[in-house]
Design a binder for this molecule. Structure first.
Ligand code: UN1
Length: 477
């Protein structure tokens, strides 16, 4: 089997029509593999195989499904060092970041091994004599999963695991930017005892392969850009199939005068720049009250200048490259935009020359920005943050909410009064008190509000809502 034959359709590895040449973003002179892209015919074959295989998987015992999930978890843990190398090579993640994500993915599969056994229903009395009512959950059918390159194993597993645990068949389209880790995940799932045809993986771009998945699935779970998500939602509405979307963020980190300064600066740097800012939960708007503003800006700027940007495989590196040329250009264009919007550039923005040619960006910090600037309203998805000065907590909350997004929102304060008020009134799916906006637990719901998310929550016990459909049965006994 060559790398070109890395689509997994109906239990077989298949090649593709077109070849994809992946470059190492830390060293563009090094190849990260050549992969064959699936065709629309492959996607159709995958759906046919999934439909054929689904009845048996739907009828599998809870224990069979639980064991498969446990095997997937163990398969991930057993290959973690090799998987980290792949993710670093093709995605530019540092090895510690990759390992953290891999262990998280294994833990997600392990969590759903338990959830498979805990499937419940309800038995309720009827309003009619002699009648019983039972409410049960059934798998949705063949689900289409579309996942991004920035968390190529964690986000994939948080869709694949509940889909399998609750008895669905899968056609999965990972990002074509991270084919190596996706193929490795497919190998692990295939070896875990999933019957042939239940799990399929097709590599390809959004317009052709993603669209073919959207056209054929009984439900779509998508993580990616807001623009693509909206198009998918419209098409799913036309087809009357359920849809779950996780999209962008423009996440606020509010820093109040009473905050611990070192903690606030550390959280800002972690949230804005780690993983080169390529997280939908990244803190991109640092909203700071005036009493601490100048000290905070100085502390963040000092830390930013010390960040070690470098080759993702180098153990000293804190921030690796962004993944490819389009992300690199996007960050540069927002630096230009910030300058033209008269924001004050305190750090970063230049391309960095290192020993190897790569998509290295020095972390960007803008200050003296107004919230209505485009740099504060549009998601950059790179190592990029701006500081917005506010008078007091009330203004901070208003600014935090003045965005079309609503994924994660953080506050740094020692005041219980403000912490509680923020938790209650910030318009976000996740709130963080004295913690980074990014980096979440694996056993609780993940998701946002407004333009960030649409449909039922992912992860934790709540994942059952999307991956099962309710049946109400009346029985006259
Ligand atoms: C995290 O912050 O731990 O694409 C996870 C993303 C999110 C995952 C974030 N779906 O960045």
């Amino acid at each position: 089997m060559t790398l070109l034959e890395k689509n997994f359709v109906g239990g077989r590895w298949k090649g593709g029509s077109e070849e994809l040449d992946i470059r190492n973003p830390s060293n563009l002179d090094e190849s990260a593999g050549r992969y064959g892209l699936a065709t629309v015919a492959d996607v159709e074959e995958a759906f046919a195989a999934a439909r054929k295989a689904h009845p048996a998987w739907r009828g599998a015992t809870l224990e069979q499904r639980s064991i498969v999930l446990e095997n997937i978890a163990q398969g991930i843990f057993a290959r973690k060092d090799e998987l980290a190398q792949i993710m670093s090579l093709e995605g530019g993640k540092t090895i510690p970041d990759a390992l953290g994500e891999i262990v998280r993915a294994g833990n997600i599969a392990r969590f759903f091994a338990g959830e498979a056994l805990r499937m419940t229903g309800e038995k309720i009395g009827s309003v009619r004599p002699g009648v019983d009512v039972e409410i049960t959950r059934e798998p949705v059918g063949v689900v289409g999963l579309i996942t991004p390159w920035n968390f190529p194993i964690a986000v994939s597993l948080w869709k694949i695991s509940p889909a399998l645990a609750f008895g669905n068949a899968i056609v999965w389209k990972p990002s074509e930017k991270t084919p190596g880790i996706s193929a490795a995940i497919a190998e692990i799932v295939a070896a875990a005892g999933v019957p042939e045809g239940v799990f399929n993986m097709v590599l390809g771009n959004g317009p052709d392969i993603g669209s073919a998945v959207v056209e054929n699935a009984d439900a779509i779970s998508f993580t990616g850009s807001a623009a693509t998500g909206k198009r998918i939602a419209v098409r799913c509405a036309e087809r009357l199939v359920r849809v779950q979307l996780e999209m962008g963020g423009k996440n606020p980190l509010v820093v109040l005068d009473d905050a611990n300064l070192d903690l606030a600066a550390d959280l800002a740097v972690n949230g804005a720049y780690f993983q080169a800012g390529q997280r939908c939960t990244a803190s991109s708007r640092l909203i700071v009250t005036s009493g601490i503003h100048d000290r905070f800006v100085a502390a963040v700027a000092e830390r930013v200048k010390k960040l070690k940007i470098g080759n993702a495989s180098d153990s000293a590196t804190q921030i690796g490259p962004v993944i490819d040329e389009s992300q690199f250009n996007k960050v540069q264009s927002y630096v230009e935009l910030g300058r033209s919007e008269k924001a004050e550039l305190l750090a970063g923005g230049d391309a960095i020359k290192l020993a190897t040619r790569g998509w290295y960006v020095s972390p960007v910090l803008f200050a003296n920005t107004a919230n209505n600037l485009r740099i504060n309203q549009e998601e950059v998805f790179g190592p990029f943050a701006s500081v917005i000065r506010v008078a007091d907590y009330d203004e901070a909350l208003a600014v935090a909410n003045d965005t079309e997004y609503g994924l994660s929102a953080g506050i740094v304060t020692t005041s219980m009064k403000y912490a509680k008020d923020f938790q209650a009134n910030v318009q976000a799916g996740m709130t963080m008190l004295n913690l980074p906006t990014a980096g979440v637990d694996y056993h609780v719901p993940f998701g946002g509000r407004k333009g960030s998310s649409y449909g039922p929550r992912e992860q934790g016990r709540y994942a059952v809502e999307f991956y099962t459909i309710v049946k109400t049965s009346y029985l006259s006994v």
